[in-house]
Design a protein around this ligand. Structure first.
Ligand code: IPE
Ligand code: IPE
Ligand code: MG
Length: 561
């Protein structure tokens, strides 16, 4: 974190973006320092990280801080209209680091990176967007970008090995440590041995491979590409220093020589200053008054969610025993077109009318305490429709996201589907809501847009093939769990109840992997005519089903048996 390389990288950015980038870097560093203080006990360090995070929430609400680092961050967020809610996850992750981590495999290690580092880097990407630079990574390059972040994290972990070990931390996955028996013990004892040397060699090679993502910057603005390419080159120089360090790696952090650094930075400075001199940049508008006023998700008391509005009829949810409640309900929202026809309206009107039913389902799900609700809004097959109808469907979704009627409910919103062909503004709105709500714990609402079950399975198979090719997974040992872990939404639970409205009895390419054992429920009403009472009815119907998963039916015995 204190790496002078980061300072040099920020100098490659356009002048206007440097202060906000410094503010983000300073905040990340301050938190890291609190987490790493060698003089304090673990509980003390955790308390300091927690106090800093809470103070930031208060400062964001107030629009100012007495602490210079937090003040710079608050000011940056207001000036550049940054939504810092995604950093909450990163801060909680820092807290967990202090308390000690047990990282079983690379998948667990990767999700640790995603929580801890990615939100900070994402903020820098937002800054570029706000300044009007086309830094936005092509969506089909997101995998490369995430891999690159993994590479950065692994480089950082290897660099900080001695400091972490001094605190009893070994932030590497068991899966990697086990490849070299004794390596873990030797590292913990800070003993340089053939096993540790071989492990470090393997890890630096892995990090180098992850950092080398030529496709990531293809087509990007040359200034932005220079920043990312230089970051990769600096980290590779850092890895050379790790390799060259030998036994001293366990005593102090290695650093590349000034010459090695200059070799990377001198041409990068020339390239970037030329690129930025040719690019007009947008300056941020006036500073926003305060964050809480415009973004309730950042309010200090994150538990103060609005309850869902009651149904106009006064209906209340039925009592369902916890063990009978489905965990995950998925709905095929069908019949908008026929509803419009029935009312003498053009088809697009039916899609607009369907939005109210979506809100109703969320309210009903919250009221009854459902954990996962997944809605099929637009399939990969729906591109066959008229351009006007497609535009209406996608526009209705984006407008609803912008209006944000679900924003202050305890709902974590996310989407599933392929980003290709979707309008950029829609994808951005979806990603924004995902970031804003990622720490919510009430209902997880997944909206499937440009979703196709076969596409999802094909994409997963491709991800597995890539993992096998990269040597991350042994193709002979691939099991169902590995498949699930490589899916675009690895934590999507199995569907318990699959409900389709609109009087059709088919699943139309919806969640084939997850719904293999779902109870099916088909109803005749068109989607705009349903409300939360229909959801509750579906749930009570579900309770009467007997789910056997291939077991023999249990024959009821005599009383008392
Ligand atoms: C479902 O309603 C919404 C989408 C498929 C996007 P439809 O538009 O399929 O309505 P019907 O089936 O034609 O009535
Ligand atoms: C399924 O409905 C897709 C969505 C509800 C988004 P469709 O109306 O497109 O499905 P088919 O064509 O009747 O199978
Ligand atoms: Mg239909």
């Amino acid at each position: 974190m204190h790496d002078p390389g980061i300072y040099a990288l920020i100098q490659l950015m356009p002048t206007v973006l440097r202060p906000p980038s410094w503010a983000l870097w300073a905040a990340a560093t301050a938190l890291d320092d609190l987490a790493d203080q060698p003089d304090a006990k673990q509980t003390e360090r955790a308390a300091r990280v927690e106090a800093w995070t809470h103070a930031l929430q208060r400062d964001l609400a107030a629009g100012a801080s007495t602490d210079p680092v937090r003040h710079a961050l608050v000011d940056t967020s207001l000036r550049w209209h940054l939504d810092l809610s995604s950093l909450q996850g990163a801060m909680t992750s820092t807290l967990d680091d202090v308390r000690g981590r047990h990282l079983t495999d690379w998948a667990a290690w990767r999700s640790w990176c995603n929580e801890g580092i990615a939100p900070w880097v994402d903020q820098v990407l937002h800054l570029f967007e706000r300044a009007g630079v086309p830094m936005t990574l092509r969506l089909d390059r997101q995998q490369d970008y995430r891999r690159f972040i993994d590479g950065a994290q692994l480089t950082d972990t290897l660099t900080d090995l001695s400091a972490d070990l001094a605190q009893g931390l070994l932030l590497l996955p068991q899966e990697a440590l086990q490849t070299y028996p004794r390596a873990e013990e030797d590292l913990r004892q800070r003993r340089w041995s053939p096993a540790t040397a071989a492990l470090i060699r393997e890890l630096t090679a892995l990090a180098r491979e992850w950092l080398t993502r030529p496709a990531m910057t293809t087509g990007m603005h040359p200034g932005a590409a220079t920043v990312l390419d230089t970051a990769a080159s600096l980290m590779r120089a850092q890895l050379d220093a790790v390799d060259a360090a030998g036994p001293t790696l366990l005593k102090h952090a290695p650093h590349p020589s000034l010459i090695a650094r200059a070799r990377v930075l001198a041409p990068a400075r020339l390239r970037s200053s030329l690129a930025w001199s040719l690019t007009p940049l947008a300056l941020p508008g006036p500073r926003r008054p305060s964050v809480t006023a415009s973004d309730p998700s950042l309010a200090a008391d994150d538990t103060a969610f609005r309850p869902p509005p009651a149904h106009p009829s006064g209906a209340v949810p039925p009592q369902i025993a916890a063990e009978q409640m489905p965990f995950h309900v998925a709905i095929i929202m069908d019949g908008n077109g026929r509803w419009a026809q029935q009312h003498g309206l053009p088809r697009p009107q039916g899609h607009r009318a369907g939005t109210a039913a979506v809100h109703e389902m969320v309210y009903g799900a919250l009221e009854i305490g459902l954990r996962h609700l997944t809605l099929y809004a637009f399939s990969t097959e729906n591109w066959k429709r008229d351009a006007e109808e497609i535009t209406t469907i996608l526009e209705a979704i984006r407008r609803d996201l912008d209006a944000g009627p679900l924003r202050d409910l305890d709902v974590r919103q996310r989407w599933s589907g392929h980003p290709d062909k979707l309008p950029q503004e829609l994808v951005q709105a979806l990603m924004r809501e995902e970031r804003r709500t990622r720490t919510r714990t009430g209902l997880t609402l997944t909206v499937c847009i440009n979703y196709g079950g076969r596409e999802e399975i094909t994409r997963t198979a491709a991800a597995l093939a890539q993992a096998a090719q990269a040597g991350d997974i042994d193709p002979h040992l691939i099991g169902e769990d590995d498949f699930t872990r490589h899916m675009p939404q690895p934590d999507m639970p199995n569907v318990d109840l699959l409900w389709r409205t609109g009087n059709e009895q088919r699943t139309s390419n919806f969640l084939p992997w997850h719904a293999t054992y779902a109870e099916l429920h088909f109803t005749p009403d068109y989607w705009p005519d349903v409300d939360r009472r229909d959801l509750w009815h579906a749930l009570t119907t579900y309770c009467r089903r007997s789910r056997r998963y291939g077991n023999a039916a249990r024959v009821p015995g005599p009383p008392g048996s």
